[in-house]
Write a protein that binds this ligand. Structure first.
Ligand code: OGA
Ligand code: MN
Length: 299
């Protein structure tokens, strides 16, 4: 028997009564999946799963992303978020491994910098600090409903540019190598996302580098206003980790960020990322037009 306990007045639910080391029936999976669809964030505590079990469960939500070049776990279906080095000791704060940790402390939606952004993320806390290092979430549907009309109006119909290099540059200008940059060129995403159920949300976060057709200053002023409104306490759930928590969140309608923690404390989390169904909007109109013109000439 599953039990459902709300986490926050507007979103999130803890589901108990399941052990992901055991085979999971379709009926139980459907209940968890429904909870994910309805509450945007699902927490399962006490899941002492290994990588293989995490992959098996995560795949039931859909095909998994392959971890990009430059992230720990590259080329696999898992991302490793840790400050533990190859020798088993915690790395120095200047170490490159801290880059992703620090970048993840900015509000973002996973893989919004890809033409097909992430659908869901499943994050398993294997080793977590007793204090600090929480993960926070914002429900962007609730934000949209409460957003003043002027801000809704300013955002409607706009297209944002999401650029991985932009979010990393906020942490460390030399953070991304030219090779890493080349595999994640900037992409276009609608600033207002509409869910399958017709609910709107503001699709923003640290990867957004600008808004098409808007001067940088104006764009950033709008983005800052939207984020400041979204990050108000009534829209935020703060998750204090216990070892073996598994968090499942909907990247389509939430933002999240990690919180700082004492750098000498070990932290080891493993994430599987469920890929989205397709691009939200046309990506490369100009490139397509150029290719069509070239193909026409070649015929
Ligand atoms: C992530 C992420 C934040 C954290 O796993 O995608 O952003 O608290 N994590 O580690
Ligand atoms: Mn993330």
């Amino acid at each position: 028997m599953l039990a459902f306990t709300p986490l926050h007045p507007i979103f999130g639910v803890e589901v108990s009564g399941v052990d992901l080391r055991e085979p999971l029936s379709d009926t139980v999976f459907t209940q968890i999946h429904d909870a994910f669809e309805r509450h945007a964030l699902v927490i399962l505590r006490g899941q002492q799963i290994d990588d293989a079990q995490q992959i098996v469960f995560s795949r039931r939500f859909g095909a998994l992303e392959i971890t990009r070049l430059g992230a720990q776990g590259q080329g696999s279906e898992l991302v490793i978020l840790t400050n533990i080095g190859a020798d088993g000791a915690v790395v120095e704060p200047s170490h490159r491994q801290w880059l992703n940790t620090r970048a993840n402390q900015l509000w973002h939606s996973d893989s919004s910098f890809k033409p097909v952004p992430a659908h869901a993320s499943l994050l398993s806390g294997r080793i977590v600090p007793a204090k600090g290092g929480e993960t926070e979430f914002i429900n962007l549907h609730a934000v949209w409903r409460a957003l003043p009309f002027e801000l809704q109006h300013a955002a409607e119909g706009r297209i944002a540019i999401h650029d991985f290099s932009h979010s990393r540059a906020q942490v460390d200008a030399r953070a991304v190598t030219p090779e890493e940059r080349a595999v994640v060129p900037p992409v276009r995403q609608p600033l207002v996302r509409v869910s399958d159920r017709g609910e709107k949300s503001i699709y923003i976060g640290s990867h957004v580098s600008g808004i098409e057709g808007m001067a940088q200053q104006e764009a950033h002023a709008l983005l800052d206003q939207l984020l400041a409104f979204a990050a108000q306490p009534q829209f935020v759930y703060t998750h204090a980790w216990q070892a073996h928590d598994l968090l499942i969140w909907d990247n389509r309608c939430t933002l999240h960020r990690g919180r700082p923690f004492e750098p000498s404390l070990p932290r080891y989390l493993v994430r599987a990322t469920v890929a989205g169904a397709g691009p939200l909007i046309e990506q490369a109109v100009v490139a397509d037009a150029a290719r069509d013109a070239r193909d026409t000439v070649m015929q």
